[in-house]
Write a protein that binds this ligand. Sequence first.
Ligand SMILES: *Cc1c(COP(=O)(O)O)cnc(C)c1O
Length: 385
Amino acid sequence: MIDKYLPYSTQWIEEDDIDAVVDVLRGTYLTTGPTIDAFERAFAEYVGAPYAVAFSSGTAALHAAVLAAGIGPGDEVITTPMTFAATSNAVLYAGGVPVFADIRPDTYNIDVADVERKITSRTKALLPVDYTGQPADLGPLRELADQYRLLLIEDAAHALGATYRGRRVGSIADMTIFSFHPVKHITTGEGGMVTTHREDLAERLRLIRSHGIVRDPTKWSKNEGPWYYEMHDLGYNYRMTDIQAALGLSQLKKVDRFIVLRKKYAAMYNAAFADNDALIVPYQSPDGSSSWHLYVLRLRLEALSITRREIFDALIRENIGVNVHYIPVYWHPYYAGLGYRRGLCPEAERHYEAIITLPLYPKMIERDVIDVIDAIDRIVKRGKR
Ligand SMILES: *Cc1c(COP(=O)(O)O)cnc(C)c1O
């Protein structure tokens, strides 16, 4: 057993991050100030998109993107069940209908052929997820979206810094969503971002973020005086604070360093497990370069006499904070109550039954990775048929 509990992921806050936050606290603007603009500009530049709009969470960013896409009651959005519930919940918030397409058996990303089978006259958007940090099949998805006149909204909560065919995630889809929860690549405590190449969508996103209130006088129906403003849409308060933006701006400077470490540790896991016939290391498509939010190890259950649960529990007993990403979203009782049934996406269900997420975050040290490898080797060797 290792001495110190290793979580599956955690933030890395350094002194300069703390100083950046304290500077804002000593300043004039705690929210809606210049640090938000600076963070948005730096983020847009990093991913290579013309526009970036900050939100109070990745979930708020998803909700706003779905609304900006014009999705409303009865509109269908095709997404993956192998994700955090927030992805499809955002569609439900808007009154839309999430339609789940199955995953590919190799990358575990949404299967484009199944996406096409599920397109109907009511489909309005495709909502793929870059599972574990590996970009979804954005080229074929773009082609489908263009062919059927759909919006492509990418949930890249796992994929800050990832690339697809040489382009950074965030510069490809119509809208791309990021999260700054502490387990993600960079953190603002809570926070999110939408990037887009479309000015009209950026404007809608800003409107939705702040109550639907229009500040530009040229867009008002009238002007009653210096105090005047108009609300044109039912928006929300989904704003990020300048305190959070200062942390985000400081963290963004480190994202490449963080990803180098994530890739190094993932490569150590891959090298250690590649020859073990009871384990399946994460397949990487040549189209993309993952930014490795998660390391999901898949078990070849037929080669083992112990269960996933037994391996999971044994790792927890060793102080290794393993996890499972994810329970197929439509298995949750809420979704079952909406009429979604088990068996809908067999590949995703098989995947769920056989996976364990291992610790992976930049603040780990090599010794931690070796400890995890040793524990897996021991536990799996014991359980081999
Ligand atoms: C983390 C995450 C979200 C939600 O982001 P929050 O910032 O926690 O609201 C959405 N989708 C996926 C795939 C995520 O991993």
